[in-house]
Ligand binder design. Sequence first.
Ligand code: TC6
Ligand code: NDP
Length: 290
Amino acid sequence: MTEHPSPSKLGLTDAELAVHPTVFANDVLKDQVIVVSGGAGGIGRAIAWLFARLGAHVAVVGRDGSKLDALVAQLAERHLKASAHVADIREPDAVNLLFDAIWAAQGRVDSLVNSAGGQFPQPAIDFSVKGWNAVINTNLNGTWYMMQAAAQHWRNHKHPGSIVNIVVVTTHGLYGIAHTIAARSGVIGLSRAVAVEWAPLNIRVNCVAPGAIETEGWNVYTPEARAAYPRSNPMMRVGSPWEVAEATAFLAGPSAKFITGETLTVDGGGQLWGETWTTGKPAYFGGDDK
Ligand SMILES: CCC/C=C/C(=O)SCCNC(=O)CCNC(=O)[C@H](O)C(C)(C)COP(=O)([O-])OP(=O)([O-])OC[C@H]1O[C@@H](n2cnc3c(N)ncnc32)[C@H](O)[C@@H]1OP(=O)([O-])[O-]
Ligand SMILES: NC(=O)C1=CN([C@@H]2O[C@H](COP(=O)(O)OP(=O)(O)OC[C@H]3O[C@@H](n4cnc5c(N)ncnc54)[C@H](OP(=O)(O)O)[C@@H]3O)[C@@H](O)[C@H]2O)C=CC1
């Protein structure tokens, strides 16, 4: 994977996330247990901090154990509850063991947030089979394995639950990552379908579709592409992981108890006005790229 590192850190630090103001009341998620995949990434990390500050135990999941352990240590320093769990969401057996372990340790799970995911920018016409499969496996299959394992455990424990899948805006304005548009459209469709099938189990399923949100995940894009992201929406700025975290808390928790099968777009209006060219804007569309 080609990396285009930024001279300064992208997104919010743990110190900033620990004190960022929130619209939510303290303890609104008291005693709940929330599983956050991609919990040590940019958006997942903001979700982990917010949910922990609202009183939940957050079980953060990813492939890199050292990143997860460091985050849990930061949370513990502020007396917030968290545990680190190494798993590749593309491995269904590992995903099942993950939920077994969290249920065994915590005795409950209340919500699952799927923030693990990503893609690389490339014109679709040049996708390799391996590259296509990597993105579909991560974002569609991996998300599904997590959703299904969560739901099976809730059914077995006769416990209600809620799922929030972090996707991308699939309708307009995001170019150069067609593989992820395909995968996330699949997740949105799947979420709508199981929102109905799982309603009898008292499981709600929703999605959050962020626009351009500054995180370390942006290192996969060139500095030139990133520089144009503030112009991808009528607010003319990029979003913060905290803004996605608060939308996620709204959908995951009791504030959304009559909402299921919905996708909440958090993009500053980018689906109405603006374009994001992750591989450069072609001359055909008025850009500089040949
Ligand atoms: C505002 C803008 C929108 C922002 C949205 C965001 O989500 S931002 C934040 C979201 N965060 C992120 O997006 C995080 C960054 N993204 C990733 O980590 C990966 O894209 C991933 C999600 C596919 C990881 O899957 P993995 O661990 O399996 O990855 P791997 O590295 O092993 O690659 C597998 C194969 O994919 C292919 N391939 C890969 N890169 C390129 C490329 N540049 N060019 C061409 N092809 C590429 C290649 O075939 C490679 O195999 P090879 O040929 O090397 O043997
Ligand atoms: N930032 C943005 O502008 C936008 C982001 N999104 C989406 O939001 C989600 C979070 O993005 P963001 O936080 O910015 O990205 P990051 O790259 O910062 O975080 C993604 C996290 O996912 C984890 N992850 C990736 N693959 C796997 C896997 N196979 N198994 C387990 N964990 C995995 C990674 O952890 P580890 O390496 O430890 O496995 C990483 O910490 C992604 O789905 C992203 O595509 C959507 C729209 C815009």
